[in-house]
Design a binder for this molecule. Structure first.
Ligand code: HEC
Length: 437
């Protein structure tokens, strides 16, 4: 009958403080959200603290040559490829000919012929490209891709999805890179997914722009690195400096089999300006021109010289004030590093009534009314760099969209879309309205 004490053992077996204790010293993603037993109120502070700790673990430098392994000898400010940059990207898992990943080991890199630039990738290398030249540019739709986003420096925004070792091994051993190996969902539809990832599976989706043409003041505030990209004008691959503008992190945990969904943005994407900001936005020209209602740029055919449009954060879905408070705390903790210019936009999690420390049943779906911030949301549920045009409908939050592939692919759209042969739906909105007669 006791209420919760200062530290209480949660149902997930962790000892959880009554209020989260912010820290940027952890090099591994927390195994689970830490909610004290008996807590029945809104858990946003616990989830947002979990998200920031996950972010710190993702940006931690990787042991040299050790993919996915944080270096205990360094802190999050150390140089070199970050843990998330060493995960397995889609091209290493879903080969264009459906062949199995050759690397028995997570450490190895797949052969050059498997990526769209035919480059030999080694530790920490990044290839931002797709065979079609547009599949890495389309914004997410339900099981497909919509029009692309263009930054003010006229760089297209490029997306990359990568899996950690637990998730990769599970896909590999079940042959889920083949559509024929994905189990058919029985009729009547079961409550629990036909395929399930193990706890500890982590998948990240990142958004990058070329940094060419940005001012020094802007560049200083973005995490930048070199990547091989496919030039959209020439179709040829080249090396380019790129900057990270968004990162989604999803982890499957014991208490939340619907995954915990965390989403971060670089802070200079759109108004309002930061107090110490660089004087320009990456996705907005600073004029009062409003954001268009729908994306004016088609994915097919992809314009070679696109004109940027203004991106705004919908006043109806601002970042939750409690998330902003957590951001303020953590951004202070990472002050002095480039990471102080990143912020959590939203953590989304499955909701069940009662004691929040108890695990949610895997039979529960990820429908909007069973998630935070839920139907009628008044705080952010999408990322400006990735679901730019999904800010007006709470039904278009992370989980409700990923829920559509819950029974077939355990919420993982990329498995559903990229298993060979791929099925990537291009809704009308991705195509130019001026079709050739
Ligand atoms: C309208 C649908 C939609 C919404 C909303 C959406 N996503 Fe996705 N997401 C997708 C699709 C489609 C992909 C796969 C794209 C691909 O592989 O080309 C994806 C990929 C991902 C991935 C990589 C794993 C996977 O499922 O392939 C993560 C992680 C992710 N999204 C997180 C989020 C988060 C966090 C949010 C909310 C802030 C969000 N998504 C909102 C459709 C959506």
């Amino acid at each position: 009958m006791a209420g919760f004490t200062l530290f209480a053992i949660s149902a997930a077996g962790q000892t959880c403080p009554a209020t989260p204790v912010p820290s940027v010293k952890g090099m591994t993603v927390p195994k689970d959200v830490c909610i004290p037993a008996g807590f029945t109120d809104l858990t946003i502070d616990y989830f947002d603290d979990y998200s920031w700790k996950s972010f710190v673990a993702m940006i931690w430098p990787s042991v040299y040559g050790g993919r996915g392994t944080p270096d205990p000898g360094r802190t999050y400010v150390g140089a070199g490829p970050r843990v998330f940059e060493t995960f397995k990207p889609l091209w290493e898992i879903f080969h264009r000919d459906g062949s199995a990943p050759a690397s028995a080991d997570f450490q190895e890199y797949e052969a050059p012929m498997q990526n769209a630039c035919s480059v030999r990738a080694g530790f920490g290398d990044m290839v931002l490209a797709s065979d079609s030249g547009y599949h890495d540019l389309g914004q997410a739709a339900d099981g497909g891709l919509l029009g692309p986003l263009v930054a003010q420096n006229r760089s297209y925004v490029r997306y990359l999805t990568s899996y950690n070792e637990i998730a990769f091994r599970h896909i590999q051993s079940n042959k889920w890179y083949l559509r024929s190996a994905l189990p058919v969902v029985p009729v009547p539809r079961p409550l629990q997914p036909a395929i399930e990832f193990p706890n500890g599976a982590i998948v990240v989706k990142t958004a990058w722009i070329e940094t060419l043409g940005l001012t020094d003041a802007q560049k200083r505030r973005i995490y930048s690195r070199m990547a091989v990209i496919k030039d959209t004008a020439t179709g040829k691959c080249r090396k380019a400096p790129v900057g990270l503008i968004g990162i989604h992190i999803a982890q499957k945990t014991a208490s939340r089999p619907q995954w915990i969904w965390s989403s971060f943005e670089q802070v200079d994407l759109a108004p309002p300006a930061e107090p110490d900001g660089p004087g320009a936005f990456l996705l907005n020209d600073g004029s009062n021109a409003p954001m268009p209602k729908s994306n004016p740029i088609p994915l097919v055919p992809l314009p070679k010289a696109p004109t940027p449009f203004n991106v705004e954060r919908s006043p109806k879905a601002l970042i939750h004030p409690q998330t902003m408070a957590t951001n303020a705390t953590y951004r202070k903790l990472v002050a002095g590093s480039v990471w102080q210019n990143y912020q959590l936009v939203v953590t989304q999690w499955p909701l069940a009534p009662g004691d929040q420390s108890l695990p949610v049943s895997p039979k529960q779906a990820g429908d909007i009314f069973q998630t935070f911030p839920g139907d009628g949301a008044t705080s952010a549920y999408s990322n400006l760099s990735m679901e730019t045009f999904h800010q007006a409908r709470p039904g278009q939050g992370c989980m409700n969209c990923h829920n559509r592939t819950r029974l077939t692919a355990d919420f993982m759209w990329s498995v559903q879309m990229h298993a060979f042969p791929p099925q990537i739906f291009l809704p009308q909105a991705a195509e130019s309205p001026q079709k050739k007669k």
